[in-house]
Design a protein around this ligand. Structure first.
Ligand code: SF4
Length: 736
């Protein structure tokens, strides 16, 4: 690989005291400057870097500096709207705790600044030494849904094809693995079928475990634009902001969703609300499913879920009589101990009523992170690039041919999932770990154990924008990375729309785009030749297009970044044939399965079901309350490593952790409003302010996930199919 002159300068400058060249900003090497093609007083339109809604923002430039943003009124996603995080998108770039130089832990245990050549040496020497003693699989990586697809692909290819790692997963395991598994098993490919226009076209909208108002506020605005006065049905144990605005709220007992969904299927069958032609032509497994849900009569379901029979019947009637019914789910489903089967129970309702492939319908998973969907296709973690299989010789041959690498470099086995990598550390099988743009020490379940495991590593590398995350503070080596707005590439949003991210600001100090870090590491590791075509994000986009050829996610019809800009983002798939054969411009809104054909071998969707299981950690005398976790406000994002940097956003939510308690429980426990309390689980305790509210039911409490110690409480359990953590429910008590 030929590195650029700028990267070469960084690579070949010698270690020792920081040289004058290296002390300078990478802008001196041309790595951080605002690109020439942007006018210094113009604007750049780009996709927001927080959530997977994928709003487009206009970044306004004055004298070459990005000064503020406004939402793009012409983009088909947000139509001129943005949530508080979007308006504050530039602020996290100016934080005082930005990582501006590589840091290496010295013999006294202190992280000390080093230059890039020293950092690259430390990375390569430590990881290669570990691999030499313990095998190539003893070093693993944990990636993210926050970097562009081209960087995800580079990371996955470099780690697995170049460095010989077998195991690598993403923090997308924590949010989207369930939807991936459910879709793959039911539809034959990880394929969310919808377009945001469906929010506006439904006459019945069913939201399961989704507080859309808070978690995806612009999607909620699309619901508000629906001209059909839709019935909005919310399934959620809490009376969330969304539930308050809904026409119907089923406040079921926590984690009884699977029972309730089977109960609705039972009623739809009994009342004859079926699309029998669709079931016969386009699905398989219906008869067995029908027999399975025989057991879920309303009386039984009401007893288990706490939802009165009359309400069950009313909601089943609304779904059955609806002409365009859309079903939506997110983390309330995905983060549970039987998450995959719950997601598939939602899919089953859409299939049996023929609510898929038409406007206003669908079994629709709403995604979390800005590029979780890119991770699902192109991160090279659990699936080989482009939704291929590591275990398929044909797939490995195809990817090797496109990338022009020997096929023997592609592992023929699947990676361990995130939890297995963490447990692998405990078992001494993983000795080196490379974490990129995620905060494992805060966000992983059962936080103390997660931190103890990270402490066991021989060498921990963290590549991040900031020096103050809990995970960076544990690192042996910190690689300073550019953030959103300081580099370019593409994101894929929830509705499969590929959109552009641009460089409008300089990364501070010696921070580099992740893309440049991967190029330097490839060269220093000795595999630069393997990545000779990976010269720029757009060059990698071309490779990814070719990798996607003939896959359900085929994007060979997208010419390049200019086309994405001109068309306002493009949803996958867009194969050459579709573009050249039929369309002058791709339609702004396209949904999948309009012909009733799915991606399985026989082109049919499958009914998949299972027997529900009880809570992994039910309440008892010692821990009598059930803790629910979730998003607190629209102004907080995950572990707050970015949103906490904005004064404006910080004013929009309580700075200290709080716990929502039902007033009846509070009275019984003698707890007053705003009292300082301890939320205690078998694993740890959280100091919090008591917030008394009837929006949580008696016997339940709620804590937002954004506060540092929330995951000291959570129970370490994963869904057996998707291996996604079950963050949503565990047993706690409140101490006054
Ligand atoms: Fe950004 Fe999501 Fe807010 Fe849109 S809804 S502005 S994508 S954080």
């Amino acid at each position: 690989m030929m590195v650029s002159g700028a990267e070469s300068n960084l690579l070949h400058a010698r270690s020792g005291p920081l040289t004058a060249d290296l002390v300078q900003s990478p802008a001196a090497f041309g790595l951080g400057q605002v690109p020439q093609r942007l006018s210094p007083d113009g604007e750049a339109r780009m996709v927001c870097g927080f959530c997977a809604t994928g709003c487009n923002l206009r970044v306004h430039l004055r004298d070459g500096q990005a000064v503020n943003v406004t939402p793009d009124p012409n983009y088909p996603v947000n139509l001129g709207m943005a949530c508080p995080k979007g308006w504050e998108a530039l602020t996290p770039l100016q934080a005082t705790d930005r990582a501006t130089t590589p840091l290496l832990r010295d013999a006294t245990g202190q992280l000390r600044p080093v230059d890039w050549p020293q950092a690259l040496d430390a990375f390569v020497e430590n990881f290669q030494r570990i691999q030499q003693y313990h095998g190539p699989e003893s070093v693993a990586f944990l990636s993210t849904g926050q970097i562009v697809s081209e960087e995800m692909a580079f990371l996955g290819a470099l780690a697995k094809f170049g460095m010989g790692m077998i195991h690598g997963d993403g923090n997308t395991r924590q949010c989207m693995a369930t939807a991936v598994t459910a879709y793959k098993e039911s539809f034959g490919f990880d394929a969310p079928p919808y377009t945001y226009g469906d929010f506006e076209e439904s006459d019945v909208i069913v939201l399961v475990g989704s507080n859309l108002c808070i978690a995806h506020p612009i999607m909620w605005q699309r619901v508000m634009r629906n001209p059909h006065s839709p019935k909005i049905i919310v399934l959620d144990p809490r009376r969330t902001e969304t539930a308050m605005a809904a026409t119907h709220h089923l406040a079921l007992r926590p984690k009884t969703d699977l029972v309730l969904l089977y109960g609705l299927a039972h009623l739809l069958i009994k009342e004859g609300y079926l699309d029998e032609a669709f079931i016969a032509q386009n699905t398989e497994g219906y008869e067995a499913f029908r027999e399975h849900v025989e057991d879920y009569a309303p009386k039984h379901v009401a007893a288990l879920t706490g939802i009165p029979e009359a309400n069950l019947r009313e909601v089943a009637g609304l779904i059955g009589q609806g002409k365009r019914v859309s079903f939506w789910w997110t983390m309330g489903v995905n983060q549970s101990h039987e998450a995959t089967r719950t997601a598939q129970a939602i899919i089953n309702l859409a299939l049996m009523t023929g609510n898929i492939g038409r406007p206003g319908t669908g079994a629709n998973s709403i995604t979390g992170q800005c590029n979780a969907m890119g991770s699902r296709l192109f991160s090279n973690t659990t699936t080989l690039l482009g939704g291929h299989q590591f275990t398929s010789e044909t797939d490995r041959q195809k990817v090797a041919r496109v990338l022009d690498i020997p096929v023997r470099h592609i592992p023929d086995q699947n990676s361990w999932a995130y939890d297995q990598i963490m447990e692998g550390i405990g078992e001494g099988k993983i000795k080196g770990l490379w974490i990129i743009a995620t905060n494992t020490a805060h966000s992983w379940m059962h936080q103390q154990r997660a931190q103890a495991l990270l402490n066991k590593l021989d060498f921990l590398v963290v590549q991040d924008m900031y020096t103050t995350t809990e995970t960076v503070e544990m690192a042996d080596l910190v690689l300073p990375a550019a953030g959103w707005g300081e580099k370019e590439g593409t994101f894929i949003n929830s509705e499969r729309r590929i959109g552009l991210v641009k460089r409008v600001a300089q990364a501070p100090g010696q921070a580099l785009a992740d893309f440049s870090i991967f190029r330097l590491l490839a060269q220093r590791w000795g595999v630069g030749e393997m990545f000779k075509k990976w010269t720029s994000p757009e060059a990698v986009f071309d490779l990814l297009k070719e990798v996607s050829r003939d896959q359900p996610c085929d994007i060979t019809g997208i010419d390049g970044y200019d086309t994405l800009e001109r068309e306002g983002g493009i949803q996958w798939p867009l194969p050459d044939a579709l573009r050249n054969g039929h369309l002058e411009h791709p339609a702004k809104e396209r949904r999948l399965f309009t012909d009733g054909k799915f991606y399985s071998e026989n082109q049919k969707a499958k009914f998949i079901f299972d027997v529900p299981r009880g809570l992994p950690e039910p309440t008892d005398e010692q821990y009598p309350l059930l803790l629910l976790t979730g998003r607190g406000t629209s102004s907080q994002w995950h572990t707050q490593s970015r949103t906490s940097k904005s004064k404006v956003l910080r004013k929009l939510y309580p700075q200290k952790a709080y716990v929502e308690i039902n007033p009846t429980d509070a009275r019984r426990l003698g707890i007053r409003a705003s009292q300082q309390v301890e939320v205690v689980s078998r694993r740890g305790r959280l100091h919090a302010t008591a917030f008394l509210t009837p929006t949580v039911a008696c016997g339940q409490v709620f804590v937002p996930m954004h506060y540092a110690k929330a995951n000291q409480l959570t129970y370490p359990e994963v869904d057996p199919h998707s291996r996604q953590p079950a963050y949503k429910a565990c047993a706690v008590r409140i101490e006054g």
